[in-house]
Design a protein around this ligand. Structure first.
Ligand code: CA
Length: 323
Protein backbone atom coordinates (compact mmCIF):
# COMPACT_ATOMS: atom_id res chain seq x y z
CA UNK A 1 0.00 0.00 0.00
CA UNK A 2 1.26 3.44 -0.90
CA UNK A 3 2.02 5.97 1.88
CA UNK A 4 3.33 9.49 1.58
CA UNK A 5 5.33 11.03 4.45
CA UNK A 6 3.55 13.90 6.28
CA UNK A 7 0.22 13.12 4.61
CA UNK A 8 -2.37 12.47 7.31
CA UNK A 9 -5.73 10.79 6.74
CA UNK A 10 -8.69 13.14 7.08
CA UNK A 11 -10.50 12.77 10.38
CA UNK A 12 -7.36 11.91 12.33
CA UNK A 13 -6.27 14.37 15.05
CA UNK A 14 -3.93 17.09 13.72
CA UNK A 15 -1.46 16.45 16.52
CA UNK A 16 -0.85 13.50 18.76
CA UNK A 17 1.27 13.55 21.88
CA UNK A 18 2.50 10.19 23.15
CA UNK A 19 1.98 11.41 26.75
CA UNK A 20 -1.64 12.50 26.43
CA UNK A 21 -4.76 10.46 25.67
CA UNK A 22 -8.10 12.13 25.00
CA UNK A 23 -11.45 11.47 26.67
CA UNK A 24 -13.03 11.04 23.25
CA UNK A 25 -10.81 8.01 22.67
CA UNK A 26 -12.63 6.21 25.51
CA UNK A 27 -15.80 6.13 23.37
CA UNK A 28 -16.18 2.76 21.67
CA UNK A 29 -19.09 1.96 19.36
CA UNK A 30 -21.32 -0.81 20.63
CA UNK A 31 -20.15 -4.09 19.11
CA UNK A 32 -23.37 -6.05 19.75
CA UNK A 33 -21.92 -7.65 22.89
CA UNK A 34 -23.40 -7.25 26.39
CA UNK A 35 -22.28 -3.96 27.91
CA UNK A 36 -21.12 -3.35 31.47
CA UNK A 37 -20.22 0.02 32.93
CA UNK A 38 -20.83 3.47 31.52
CA UNK A 39 -22.58 3.79 28.15
CA UNK A 40 -24.12 6.64 26.20
CA UNK A 41 -27.00 6.86 23.72
CA UNK A 42 -28.17 9.96 21.85
CA UNK A 43 -31.84 11.00 21.79
CA UNK A 44 -31.59 13.84 19.24
CA UNK A 45 -35.10 15.28 19.53
CA UNK A 46 -35.77 18.99 19.94
CA UNK A 47 -38.65 19.77 17.62
CA UNK A 48 -40.71 19.15 20.77
CA UNK A 49 -39.33 22.32 22.42
CA UNK A 50 -41.64 25.20 23.32
CA UNK A 51 -39.08 27.68 21.96
CA UNK A 52 -36.74 27.18 19.00
CA UNK A 53 -34.05 24.64 19.83
CA UNK A 54 -31.19 22.95 18.03
CA UNK A 55 -30.64 20.53 20.93
CA UNK A 56 -30.92 17.63 18.50
CA UNK A 57 -27.29 18.44 17.65
CA UNK A 58 -26.05 18.04 21.22
CA UNK A 59 -25.20 14.29 21.31
CA UNK A 60 -22.72 14.68 18.45
CA UNK A 61 -21.25 17.90 19.87
CA UNK A 62 -20.83 16.42 23.35
CA UNK A 63 -19.03 13.41 21.85
CA UNK A 64 -16.66 15.68 19.96
CA UNK A 65 -16.05 17.85 23.05
CA UNK A 66 -14.81 14.76 24.89
CA UNK A 67 -11.73 15.14 22.70
CA UNK A 68 -11.09 18.46 24.50
CA UNK A 69 -10.14 16.67 27.71
CA UNK A 70 -7.35 14.32 28.64
CA UNK A 71 -8.03 11.06 30.47
CA UNK A 72 -5.89 12.03 33.47
CA UNK A 73 -7.36 13.30 36.74
CA UNK A 74 -4.69 15.30 38.50
CA UNK A 75 -6.86 15.60 41.63
CA UNK A 76 -7.07 11.82 42.04
CA UNK A 77 -3.77 11.10 40.29
CA UNK A 78 -5.71 8.53 38.25
CA UNK A 79 -5.64 7.92 34.52
CA UNK A 80 -8.93 6.70 33.07
CA UNK A 81 -7.23 5.46 29.91
CA UNK A 82 -8.07 1.81 30.59
CA UNK A 83 -11.78 2.54 30.89
CA UNK A 84 -14.37 2.38 28.16
CA UNK A 85 -17.55 4.33 27.49
CA UNK A 86 -19.73 2.29 25.16
CA UNK A 87 -21.48 4.39 22.55
CA UNK A 88 -24.81 2.90 21.47
CA UNK A 89 -25.20 5.62 18.83
CA UNK A 90 -28.25 7.82 18.26
CA UNK A 91 -31.92 6.89 18.15
CA UNK A 92 -33.38 7.69 14.72
CA UNK A 93 -36.05 10.37 14.91
CA UNK A 94 -39.06 10.64 12.62
CA UNK A 95 -38.96 13.88 10.66
CA UNK A 96 -42.55 15.00 11.31
CA UNK A 97 -44.21 12.58 13.78
CA UNK A 98 -43.03 13.85 17.15
CA UNK A 99 -45.07 11.42 19.27
CA UNK A 100 -43.60 8.57 17.27
CA UNK A 101 -40.11 9.93 17.94
CA UNK A 102 -40.84 10.03 21.69
CA UNK A 103 -42.14 6.50 21.51
CA UNK A 104 -38.95 5.35 19.74
CA UNK A 105 -36.88 6.91 22.54
CA UNK A 106 -38.88 4.94 25.11
CA UNK A 107 -38.68 1.61 23.29
CA UNK A 108 -34.99 1.80 22.30
CA UNK A 109 -33.86 2.86 25.78
CA UNK A 110 -36.00 0.16 27.34
CA UNK A 111 -34.47 -2.52 25.14
CA UNK A 112 -30.94 -1.30 25.88
CA UNK A 113 -31.51 -1.34 29.63
CA UNK A 114 -33.29 -4.69 29.65
CA UNK A 115 -30.55 -6.38 27.66
CA UNK A 116 -27.66 -4.68 29.46
CA UNK A 117 -28.51 -4.93 33.15
CA UNK A 118 -25.02 -3.97 34.27
CA UNK A 119 -24.71 -0.95 32.00
CA UNK A 120 -25.06 2.56 33.38
CA UNK A 121 -26.76 4.40 30.53
CA UNK A 122 -26.35 8.15 30.07
CA UNK A 123 -28.93 9.42 27.59
CA UNK A 124 -27.87 12.56 25.74
CA UNK A 125 -30.76 14.82 24.66
CA UNK A 126 -32.26 16.43 22.90
CA UNK A 127 -34.63 18.62 24.86
CA UNK A 128 -36.15 17.71 28.21
CA UNK A 129 -39.12 15.98 26.54
CA UNK A 130 -36.88 12.95 26.02
CA UNK A 131 -36.80 12.31 29.77
CA UNK A 132 -40.45 11.15 29.96
CA UNK A 133 -39.75 8.09 27.80
CA UNK A 134 -36.24 7.63 29.21
CA UNK A 135 -37.48 7.52 32.81
CA UNK A 136 -40.42 5.24 32.04
CA UNK A 137 -38.03 2.86 30.22
CA UNK A 138 -35.62 3.01 33.17
CA UNK A 139 -38.31 2.15 35.70
CA UNK A 140 -39.79 -0.69 33.66
CA UNK A 141 -36.40 -2.32 33.16
CA UNK A 142 -34.73 -1.52 36.50
CA UNK A 143 -37.43 -1.17 39.18
CA UNK A 144 -39.20 1.70 40.96
CA UNK A 145 -37.44 4.95 40.13
CA UNK A 146 -36.52 7.87 42.38
CA UNK A 147 -35.69 10.94 40.31
CA UNK A 148 -33.22 13.71 41.08
CA UNK A 149 -34.00 16.49 38.60
CA UNK A 150 -31.57 19.38 38.22
CA UNK A 151 -33.55 22.16 36.59
CA UNK A 152 -34.48 25.85 36.70
CA UNK A 153 -38.03 24.80 35.84
CA UNK A 154 -40.63 22.41 37.23
CA UNK A 155 -41.43 20.94 33.79
CA UNK A 156 -44.89 20.24 35.18
CA UNK A 157 -46.82 22.23 32.56
CA UNK A 158 -50.17 20.91 31.39
CA UNK A 159 -50.19 18.95 28.15
CA UNK A 160 -53.52 20.39 26.90
CA UNK A 161 -51.98 23.69 25.74
CA UNK A 162 -49.15 22.29 23.65
CA UNK A 163 -48.86 18.51 23.86
CA UNK A 164 -45.96 16.58 25.35
CA UNK A 165 -43.12 19.12 25.11
CA UNK A 166 -39.90 19.97 26.96
CA UNK A 167 -42.10 21.75 29.54
CA UNK A 168 -44.15 18.69 30.47
CA UNK A 169 -42.09 15.48 31.00
CA UNK A 170 -42.61 15.13 34.75
CA UNK A 171 -46.32 16.07 34.49
CA UNK A 172 -46.72 13.31 31.89
CA UNK A 173 -45.04 10.75 34.15
CA UNK A 174 -47.34 11.68 37.05
CA UNK A 175 -50.53 11.86 34.96
CA UNK A 176 -49.85 8.52 33.28
CA UNK A 177 -49.36 7.00 36.71
CA UNK A 178 -45.77 6.02 35.88
CA UNK A 179 -44.57 7.82 39.02
CA UNK A 180 -46.09 9.43 42.08
CA UNK A 181 -45.00 12.93 43.03
CA UNK A 182 -43.03 11.60 45.99
CA UNK A 183 -40.67 9.81 43.57
CA UNK A 184 -39.44 13.18 42.29
CA UNK A 185 -36.95 15.61 43.85
CA UNK A 186 -36.31 18.86 41.97
CA UNK A 187 -33.21 20.95 42.64
CA UNK A 188 -32.36 24.45 41.48
CA UNK A 189 -35.86 25.71 40.65
CA UNK A 190 -35.56 29.47 40.36
CA UNK A 191 -37.31 32.81 40.44
CA UNK A 192 -39.35 34.22 37.56
CA UNK A 193 -38.93 31.04 35.55
CA UNK A 194 -42.12 29.22 36.53
CA UNK A 195 -45.85 29.75 37.11
CA UNK A 196 -47.59 29.73 40.51
CA UNK A 197 -50.06 27.12 39.24
CA UNK A 198 -47.25 24.63 38.67
CA UNK A 199 -45.71 25.26 42.09
CA UNK A 200 -49.10 24.45 43.58
CA UNK A 201 -49.31 21.34 41.42
CA UNK A 202 -45.88 20.22 42.69
CA UNK A 203 -47.03 20.71 46.30
CA UNK A 204 -50.33 18.87 45.71
CA UNK A 205 -48.52 15.94 44.17
CA UNK A 206 -45.94 15.68 46.96
CA UNK A 207 -42.97 16.59 44.76
CA UNK A 208 -39.92 17.68 46.80
CA UNK A 209 -38.78 21.08 45.56
CA UNK A 210 -35.42 22.58 46.53
CA UNK A 211 -35.20 26.12 45.19
CA UNK A 212 -31.97 27.96 44.35
CA UNK A 213 -32.27 29.76 47.69
CA UNK A 214 -32.31 26.38 49.47
CA UNK A 215 -29.12 25.38 47.62
CA UNK A 216 -27.44 28.68 48.56
CA UNK A 217 -28.42 28.28 52.23
CA UNK A 218 -27.78 24.57 52.72
CA UNK A 219 -25.31 23.67 49.98
CA UNK A 220 -25.94 21.33 47.05
CA UNK A 221 -24.11 18.34 48.56
CA UNK A 222 -26.11 18.48 51.75
CA UNK A 223 -29.39 18.60 49.80
CA UNK A 224 -28.28 15.74 47.54
CA UNK A 225 -27.50 13.58 50.58
CA UNK A 226 -30.94 14.40 51.96
CA UNK A 227 -32.58 13.64 48.59
CA UNK A 228 -30.85 10.28 48.15
CA UNK A 229 -31.75 9.21 51.70
CA UNK A 230 -35.36 10.22 51.15
CA UNK A 231 -35.70 8.48 47.77
CA UNK A 232 -34.00 5.32 48.99
CA UNK A 233 -36.80 4.84 51.55
CA UNK A 234 -39.46 4.24 48.91
CA UNK A 235 -37.74 3.49 45.58
CA UNK A 236 -35.33 0.89 44.15
CA UNK A 237 -32.98 2.98 42.01
CA UNK A 238 -32.13 6.61 41.48
CA UNK A 239 -32.13 8.36 38.10
CA UNK A 240 -30.54 11.76 37.50
CA UNK A 241 -32.22 14.08 35.02
CA UNK A 242 -29.78 16.89 34.36
CA UNK A 243 -31.21 19.92 32.59
CA UNK A 244 -28.18 22.11 31.98
CA UNK A 245 -30.31 25.24 32.43
CA UNK A 246 -30.07 24.63 36.19
CA UNK A 247 -26.77 26.47 35.70
CA UNK A 248 -26.49 30.22 35.71
CA UNK A 249 -26.46 31.66 32.20
CA UNK A 250 -22.79 32.53 32.72
CA UNK A 251 -21.92 28.82 32.69
CA UNK A 252 -24.45 27.48 30.19
CA UNK A 253 -24.91 29.92 27.32
CA UNK A 254 -26.01 27.06 25.06
CA UNK A 255 -29.27 26.41 26.89
CA UNK A 256 -32.38 27.80 25.18
CA UNK A 257 -33.87 28.97 28.53
CA UNK A 258 -30.89 30.75 30.07
CA UNK A 259 -31.19 33.05 33.08
CA UNK A 260 -29.32 34.56 36.02
CA UNK A 261 -29.31 33.34 39.62
CA UNK A 262 -28.51 29.70 38.79
CA UNK A 263 -25.99 27.14 39.94
CA UNK A 264 -22.26 27.46 39.26
CA UNK A 265 -20.50 24.76 37.26
CA UNK A 266 -18.12 23.70 40.05
CA UNK A 267 -21.03 22.89 42.40
CA UNK A 268 -22.77 20.89 39.68
CA UNK A 269 -19.60 18.92 38.83
CA UNK A 270 -19.06 18.14 42.51
CA UNK A 271 -22.72 17.22 43.07
CA UNK A 272 -23.05 14.92 40.07
CA UNK A 273 -19.64 13.43 40.94
CA UNK A 274 -20.89 12.60 44.41
CA UNK A 275 -23.97 10.92 42.95
CA UNK A 276 -21.74 8.90 40.60
CA UNK A 277 -20.12 7.21 43.59
CA UNK A 278 -23.48 6.22 45.08
CA UNK A 279 -24.47 2.64 44.13
CA UNK A 280 -28.19 3.53 44.24
CA UNK A 281 -27.76 5.80 41.22
CA UNK A 282 -28.32 3.72 38.07
CA UNK A 283 -29.18 6.04 35.18
CA UNK A 284 -28.91 9.60 33.92
CA UNK A 285 -29.84 11.97 31.14
CA UNK A 286 -28.24 15.28 30.11
CA UNK A 287 -30.58 17.59 28.21
CA UNK A 288 -31.28 21.09 26.86
CA UNK A 289 -27.99 22.02 25.19
CA UNK A 290 -28.45 23.80 21.88
CA UNK A 291 -25.03 23.91 20.16
CA UNK A 292 -26.32 26.51 17.66
CA UNK A 293 -26.75 29.03 20.50
CA UNK A 294 -23.63 28.09 22.41
CA UNK A 295 -20.39 30.05 22.66
CA UNK A 296 -17.30 27.95 21.82
CA UNK A 297 -19.35 24.87 22.77
CA UNK A 298 -18.99 25.86 26.43
CA UNK A 299 -22.14 24.05 27.49
CA UNK A 300 -21.41 20.84 25.55
CA UNK A 301 -17.85 21.02 26.87
CA UNK A 302 -19.20 21.15 30.41
CA UNK A 303 -21.44 18.14 29.70
CA UNK A 304 -18.40 16.22 28.37
CA UNK A 305 -16.42 17.20 31.48
CA UNK A 306 -19.28 15.99 33.70
CA UNK A 307 -19.25 12.64 31.85
CA UNK A 308 -15.48 12.30 32.42
CA UNK A 309 -15.90 13.19 36.08
CA UNK A 310 -18.84 10.80 36.37
CA UNK A 311 -16.72 7.98 34.92
CA UNK A 312 -13.91 8.73 37.40
CA UNK A 313 -16.22 8.63 40.41
CA UNK A 314 -18.32 5.72 39.13
CA UNK A 315 -15.16 3.62 38.92
CA UNK A 316 -14.78 3.99 42.71
CA UNK A 317 -18.03 2.12 43.40
CA UNK A 318 -17.48 -1.02 45.39
CA UNK A 319 -17.69 -3.98 43.07
CA UNK A 320 -18.05 -1.61 40.10
CA UNK A 321 -17.80 -3.49 36.81
CA UNK A 322 -15.83 -0.87 34.93
CA UNK A 323 -13.43 -2.25 32.38
CA1 CA B 1 -36.31 21.26 32.10
Amino acid sequence: MQTIPFLRKSGEPPFTDRGIKKGGQLLKSWSGEEVKGIAIAGAPLSKTSISHSGAYMAPQTIRSMMHSFSTYSIEEETDMWNHTITDFGDIEMHVTELIQSQSRIYSVLKEIQEKHKEAFLITLGGDHSVSAGAIQAFQESRGKVGIIQFDAHFDLRNTEDGGPSNGTPFRQLIEKGVINGDQLVQLGIRDFSNGKLYHEYAKEQGVTVFKMGDIRREGLLSLLKKSVEQLKQTTDNIYISLDMDVLDQAYAPGCPAIGPGGLDSESLIEGVGWLAENPSVKGMDIVEIDPTLDFRNMTSRLAAYIIMHFLLNYSKREGGKQK
